[in-house]
Design a protein around this ligand. Sequence first.
Ligand code: F6R
Length: 592
Amino acid sequence: MCGISGYVGNGNAPEILFDMLKKLEYRGYDSAGIAYITGDGTIHLPKDKGKVDEVRRKLRPERLKSTIGVGHTRWATHGAPSQVNAHPHADCSGEIVVAHNGIIENYVDLKSELSELGHKFKSETDTEVIAHLVEHYMASEKSVLSALEKTLERLKGSFAITVITSREPDKIFIARNESPMLVGLGVGENFIASDAPAFLSKTKKALILEDMDYGFVSKKTVVIKNLSTRKEVKKKVHKITWGASEAEKEGFQHFMLKEIHEEPNAARNALSAEKELEEIAGKLAKKTRICFVACGTAYHAGLVGKYILENYGIPAEAFVASEFRYSTVETMDDKTGVVSITQSGETADTIAAIKGAKKKDAYIASIVNVVGSSVTRISDDVAYIRAGPEIAVASTKAYIGQVLSCTLLSLLVARAKGRISAHEFEHLKSELKNIPRKIKEAVENRRINEIAEENASTKKFFFIGRNINYPTALEGALKLKEISYVHAEGYPAGELKHGPIAILDQDTTVLAITAEGKLRDKMHSNIQEAKARGAKVITVGFECDLDVPKTDPLLSPILNIVPLHMLAYYISVLKGLDPDKPRNLAKSVTVE
Ligand code: F6R
């Protein structure tokens, strides 16, 4: 998500910064910009929405000479792609400029506090508060570094930050928490980037910043401290041995694997949309009918939402958009709330479904990843999952964001309707906060690799689950078939005996998704039925073959899918396929 570049040395900074941004294009972005200081101490801030080359051609920053600056490619999370929302962002005086990758979760509170103190904001971004906070603390602090320290103490969320200022024009100030940042060490020049490919043609020596590291970089010096001690940390110099394309994937073999490892962060970011979801929930609670509408993986997230609402006695339905748009849409009215779910926000069937429902006066709320996409413009309200750009065709981290958002939204509707006790709501909300850590544990389970090896040549797979984990079964099967090209069916476990059990035999592997709760014993009976037909059964869940940490049964779909994403990935790789680019599939299905 977003790309950061920084340069200080003897070369022409504007040219170098744009060259570096070009190397970070694979990260996905909608806007590009740089900030650099010229000899007279002025900061220049050319930026716009569009491709790096277009912005560069239009603004021609290299006309002016400068030896220090920062650059940024933005992938919108707060505020649509536009010139004003593009980074870097300046404070009121224009003397402090900030570029940022990540999400400042408490930016709304900080913005109102700073506005009361007279600060004027130009953009809709969360990032701009950082520039104003540094400005605020510079009034009382002796150095930019101590103003930055004070600023970091106030920030909640994830960030990789670069700051330049005419007050100390020979330094780039930097900080990191949960978003990547590296310093490339040159001779008489230094580089800063979110990822090594940005500077690999200039140097292979790099420092890797850890959480809460901060400091500054000048032509010949790099000073890194850590906020926990405020003391300087001696950083190991890493020699980068990867080629540029491996470095793009941060050392992972594929984007899909990298994105699975980003699932904990995707969960954390989705939780940051609670305010938006609460507003939507208040409106949905007044409707007599709630329908989730989406395609593919996103539809499975909607199904989870439906089961949670039903758990609290609230009627709910989930529809595949391509079916909904030609029949159910006719039954829409102003008493219906439609929740569309879409990563891209550009899926043709989803767009048609919500346009049709809107014509019939239904209320449209959408859970979306791509800010400013078509669905966001059609919807009455939007909650963003903020999973960052998803490059692999098969959706993984966006699904985690979608399931988590649908879960939280449904709990908020139940609360607005008085169907959940305050105690239960608080218990689930605090358990949701543990979910990112538990996803991380699930991702790190090495047993998945072994199970993939044992099953790589299996021809028939069944994924079975009940109730809220029935969507997990559908999603596990979809992921395996789309990237491994093997036959995999997702089924409600109780339906097996109504037909499909006839094809179970010793050449079949059954993935049985379990959860604590009222249906656990029934699931065990279904497992016995499958075993009795000679099928190999792999259990998925807490204390299972594909093991995940314990959580509340209502939240189990968020954890249970993680080993299934990994399993699909490993099987695809073992088959010698490219999981990032499965045949016949497109990332965004913009045609019917
Ligand atoms: C499967 C997958 C697809 C998408 C579907 C909807 O891994 O990614 O099934 O979920 O095409 O796409 P969005 O969410 O962009 O509407």
